[in-house]
Ligand binder design. Structure first.
Ligand code: AMP
Ligand code: FE
Ligand code: FE
Ligand code: ZN
Length: 298
């Protein structure tokens, strides 16, 4: 039996990816993926287009979202798969985060504008519709006016606060709150790229245990930002708690060098994830649904 190729973390232009959900699903097909999860930051607005495109392309779709959470100086990103988009607590939280992100982006733009002349209108021009605004769009505006060659360089140069200075913060839920919102909406929470250098250090065993008690169901291990040397320890911790171990590209179109399908999640894990979530259905071609049913339910 051919392996099932699934990439469980991608972004579209509904947040800081550069492709529409339709383009993303077609790119998934071209990358020979069987399943892709759309996990835009703090919004589900790309799901509808993604569903239609998944049916057209014959690619499986797991609707999801990525939350940025904060506790103290630590940020943790949490993926929420198969959440109920009609859950009112979740919808209110998305609105709160997204509004706060806009206010923060305006502050950063004003600051960067002092030296570059960058205006809020130029940033707005980089944001598709009512997509979730972030520093990536400010970076794109700097690229558009020729102040940086690409988004990643803009992040490393003009968008990097001088040492000792902190970026203004946007409202972010605590991990506790995000976990409870995701579980409350029937979703499957997975800790995204826990080894990412930008997160403020690897989670400790005690920290992960606390997350598990609060409802965490998985950890993203195969991700380019997890240092190779940390993966075995993270996987061991995850296994001890019976967590899902996932892999993904965290694709952002041309916004990041990450290539679609560069890391994958195995079929048995995918089958378990699908059984754990009940807030919204996944789109799965019939043939794939049958193949996934062959995996043990444990
Ligand atoms: P923000 O959440 O607004 O502070 O922006 C940080 C986010 O930008 C992180 O979640 C990154 O994943 C994302 N991002 C997107 N493209 C890039 C890039 N090329 N370089 C660095 N970060 C990026
Ligand atoms: Fe992103
Ligand atoms: Fe992330
Ligand atoms: Zn992401």
């Amino acid at each position: 039996m051919d392996p099932i190729r699934s990439d469980l973390h991608t972004h579209s232009a509904h947040s800081d990816g550069t492709e529409s959900p339709g383009e993303l699903l077609r790119a998934a097909r071209a990358a020979a993926l069987d399943v892709v999860a759309l996990t835009d930051h703090d919004t589900v607005s790309g799901w509808e287009e993604a569903r239609a495109a998944a049916l057209d392309a014959g690619v499986g779709l797991i609707p999801g979202v990525e939350f940025s959470t904060r506790s103290g100086h630590h940020t943790h990103h949490l993926l929420g798969y198969l959440i109920d988009p009609g859950d009112s607590a979740l919808a209110a939280e998305f609105d709160r985060i997204r509004e706060s992100r806009i206010a923060r982006a305006q502050l950063i733009t004003a600051h960067v504008g002092e030296t570059t002349g960058l205006s809020w209108d130029e940033v707005r021009a980089q944001v598709h519709g009512d997509a979730t605004v972030g520093r990536p769009h400010i970076a794109d505006a700097l690229v558009a006016r020729g102040d940086a060659p690409d988004r990643s360089t803009a992040f490393r140069t003009l968008l990097r606060p001088p040492s000792g200075m902190r970026l203004p913060e946007y409202y972010a839920p605590t991990p506790e709150r995000a976990l409870s919102l995701i579980r409350g909406a029937g979703g499957v929470p997975v800790l995204a790229h826990p080894g990412s250098p930008a997160r403020g250090g690897l989670p400790t065993a005690a920290e992960l245990e606390a997350f598990v008690r609060l409802g965490l169901l998985g950890v993203e291990i195969r991700h380019r930002e997890n240092p190779a040397g940390a993966r075995a320890r993270l996987a061991e911790l995850a296994r001890r708690h019976g967590l899902l171990i996932t892999g993904s590209s965290d694709y952002h179109g041309t916004g990041k060098p990450n290539r679609l399908g560069e890391n994958l999640t195995d079929a048995a894990t995918l089958a378990r994830l699908l059984r754990l979530g009940n807030g919204t259905p996944a789109i799965l071609p019939e043939e794939l649904r049958e193949r996934l049913q062959a995996y043990p339910t444990a």
